[in-house]
Design a binder for this molecule. Sequence first.
Ligand code: 3HC
Ligand code: NAI
Length: 697
Amino acid sequence: MTHAIHYERVDDIAILKAQNPPVNALGIDVRLGLLAGIERAEAEGARAVLIYGDGRTFFAGADIREFGKPMKDPGLPDLCNRIESADLIVVSALHGTALGGGLEVALSSHYRIAVPSAKMGLPEVHLGILPGAGGTQRLPRVAGTEAALDMITSGRHFGAAEALEKGVIDRVQEGEPREIGLAYARELLDQGAPRRPVCDMPAPAAVDFDAVYEKTLAKGRGQLSPATAVRAVQAACEAASFLEGLRRERELFTELMESDQRQGLIHAFFSERAVSKLPELADVTPRDVASVGVIGGGTMGAGIATAALLAGVSVVLIERDASAAEAAGQRISGNLSGALKRGKISQDQFDTMTGDALELATEYGALEQVDLVIEAVFEDMDVKREVFKALDANCKPGAILASNTSYLDINEIAAATSRPRDVIGLHFFSPAHVMKLLEVVVADQTDPDVVATGFALGKRLRKISVRSGVCDGFIGNRIMNAYRKAADYMVLDGASPYQIDRVMTGFGFAMGPFAVGDLAGLDIGWAARKRRAPHRDPRERVVHFADMLCEGGDFGQKTGKGFYVYEAGKRGGTPNPDVEKYIAQDQADQGVSPREFSDAEILRRYMCAMVNEAAKVVGEGIARRPLDVDMVLLFGYGFPRYHGGPLKWADLQGLAGILEDIETYAKEDPYFWQPAPLLQTLVAEGRCFDDLNKAEK
Ligand code: 3HC
Ligand code: NAI
């Protein structure tokens, strides 16, 4: 036995308890222990084996940290086959999360029982792979082809009740997993129940797999794992034998295991967990936050208030006058009605959130008791300064004063108060009650416990919080400005905005940059360009076609017209014919002769601009690690998760080639394409961005 599996005998039943905290991942020690346990039980003449997990869960899956390394024997598929072929009755008792390889171990057992709170699932597709220990062959045999296809391609978790209904488990029972499992095994023995290997069950019914494959591929926006999993389930139905099906599953599994998408998705899995772990905050206690103030109840303020209310934090919202306050209240209750309709909150919760938990006010005196304030007024430094002076005068000592500014200098905002150590940036993304990203912007004098409180609040609001330093646009908007500029320059030089949008959706983004501009409102970028114009470096190329659109009053979706024309009741838009005219005029004014761009060049330039700026952001210490940038782009900007983030993507492409392309582009526009020093250093040293992530761990 190994320390990871504890062996015990109760009469003629052998009990194998997994003890591999925190989630009983099926690493090599666990696999060796299970194998030894089954062999010992057989050798000792036990009549049944019970498998269960100690601590918070049954097995949560294969040990993801072993992926990409040579697999040590016994591999999970062989182990599952060995469990299934055991000559005694095998029972699994499930609690916590029986996921991936964990559920596959359960499916290899002859009988399955679970506590009512147990969650199950085959989430492998989210890691870029497919269930590779017989899950695609066994689940359809017990649950039917359609249910199995749904569970495997979505990777969703499902509860014990659904598992019972679909035939994934045999029984649901309250109690400790050891006790209910033992009683069930005893009952089976007393009844003389037979061994019941799933591999002996008939092959499930076939469906139109080609149609399901195509639909799944389109839904995944280029993600390969769900669609490939369809082919594995197809083998369960159509292969000549169970073993043949297993062989096909292994082939497809290996193909995916070797893919860049698998690397991207696993990078995302671990980075998502690493991003909010800051070594410098390990021993810092956050301040208590029972209530928050929100200043400004427009798009962002209302969204932030909604997010806080949904997390059980009460809100005092300040607007300029009574009618603006009322409008803010309506926005918030509109957001919460959405949550009510989707069943996320009950009517009682809705009533509390729009009643006692929310105070709408117009006087700063109402903020006397709040622990933290988030300002979301107009993006104007003078207005923000006035607000922060008022906050300083009215908030209690120790209250944290945060700004949701998109671009402005948090140090300058902090300087408007007598307590700069309590000032921080908390940059939410629109819609703030939906988008997962929160940039926690740390200014020069921000106290560590204020930073820790920002992260603690982010966790309560179920956000992915990323630390950022102060710069124009922080991590995300600064990088976005760079790749948006690259897109604008390509349009000026001859690419069409629609070609660029098509290429970027082909890469996996839900929308291209011009469609996103229409959605966010083209007036935002227009205002930013006007604000920056006086400070612009004379070497910077400037495009005007977007300004021309705005000058004509076309701000995108909200005015019905932008780069696209939007018709009421229709999803998406059609190209706006005026755009072509504005581009042609801009080209003529600037003496540019348009040229053709291939899709490949568009993608390369767009991504090189993103990677180069991201490398500057890391090199300057604005982001702590490359993975912080990756998580900002993933959770705030719709970057396709299966590429892992721009810097993971860059690693997979090869940094030397990226630098070489940037240097080539720099020959035509040396100002925009200045290579990031960090990128140059990494290439010179033969290292990659992920080496920097690892160095931090
Ligand atoms: N392998 C290795 N480490 C894992 C792991 C796994 N399968 N699952 C979780 N961990 C680690 C996490 O990285 C984290 O480590 P850290 O504390 O050092 O950051 C720790 O366990 C706790 O995890 P969480 O913070 O995520 O804890 P939660 O309670 O929030 O969530 C969970 C628990 C729902 C089990 C979640 O961790 C999860 O979804 N895990 C992944 C499950 C999964 O995808 N399983 C399938 C694996 S692939 C497979 O089985 C292939 C097979 O078909 C051959
Ligand atoms: P908005 O114009 O929708 O709302 C601003 C609100 O602030 C208005 O309701 C206004 O009445 C109120 N307001 C202005 N001055 C005030 C004052 N002195 N006291 C109280 N209320 C006041 O603007 P939006 O989009 O909500 O943006 C707010 C802030 O959030 C800006 O700093 C913006 O840069 C930032 N932001 C915006 C994002 C977006 O996508 N809209 C995303 C992330 C940040």
